[in-house]
Write a protein that binds this ligand. Structure first.
Ligand code: DC
Length: 222
């Protein structure tokens, strides 16, 4: 039996991850943070000292990526293990996001990571967040959402997130990074960031998290 899938795509810093986690909890569905896979892959390539022009090695690493996710009963955090090592902290940095964005533009990498992502679609259902969940990875999903927000608002949200984690950030630099990542993720040849034709587009610039969640919940229940 096919498992229902809700795809949540959108640019960086829009809050996809938080919305995806809450809806997955509400529905009792599995969760796929596809960005974490690209981030972990970027770390794996770096630790092996492989050049990003060596497509054969990239494909091999992507196919054999030793990656595991561990959820915790007492916290919202998901721990990520690469080659058996907990990489959760380094995985979430801006620097790793930047590396992931660069390496994610390579076609053989995306092809090699495709099935790994599709395998998450098991019963009772899946919430998948990323850039190409609704357009490529789960193109037949019954529920698709595309979240967007102004770059300024996303930079502000990112700054607050960093501050909540006890880190610092400079808003002007975050804004530059957000815009650069948008540009790279949307202009690449393979699976660029864009809304699926049948996605519900929600501009979250002036919406609270609860308001966004209410709209997405409604779609899934409908
Ligand atoms: O969602 P994120 O910030 O964790 O993703 C990091 C980078 O990974 C993002 O800038 C582009 C890439 N990515 C992708 O190309 N396709 C996805 N489905 C998810 C992430």
């Amino acid at each position: 039996m096919n498992s229902p899938v809700l795809t949540i795509d959108g640019p960086s810093g829009v809050g996809k991850g938080t919305v995806a986690r809450v809806i997955a909890q509400q529905q009792g569905w599995h969760l796929l943070d596809s960005g974490a896979i690209y981030r972990a892959f970027a770390l794996a390539v770096e630790s092996r000292g492989i050049s990003i022009t060596d497509e054969k090695s990239l494909e091999e690493i992507a196919t054999n990526l030793d990656l595991a996710f561990k959820t915790h009963a007492d916290s919202e955090l998901v721990s990520v293990f690469l080659d058996g090592k907990d990489v959760s902290k380094v995985l979430r940095t801006e620097e790793t996001g930047e590396k992931a964005s660069k390496i994610a533009s390579i076609g053989v990498v995306r092809a090699a990571l495709l099935k790994r992502q599709q395998d998450f679609a098991t019963l009772p259902g899946l919430v998948a967040d990323g850039r190409d969940m609704g357009t490529v990875v789960f193109a037949n999903a019954p529920f698709k959402v595309y979240l967007t927000a102004s770059a300024d608002e996303r930079a502000n949200r990112r700054l607050k997130q960093l501050q909540a984690q006890g880190s610092k950030g400079i808003i002007s630099q975050i804004l530059v990074d957000v815009k650069a990542r948008d540009e790279r993720d949307s202009s690449r040849k393979h699976s660029p960031l864009k809304p699926a034709k049948d996605a519900l587009i929600i501009d979250t610039t002036t919406l609270s998290l609860d308001e966004v969640i209410a709209q997405v919940s409604e779609l899934v229940k409908a």
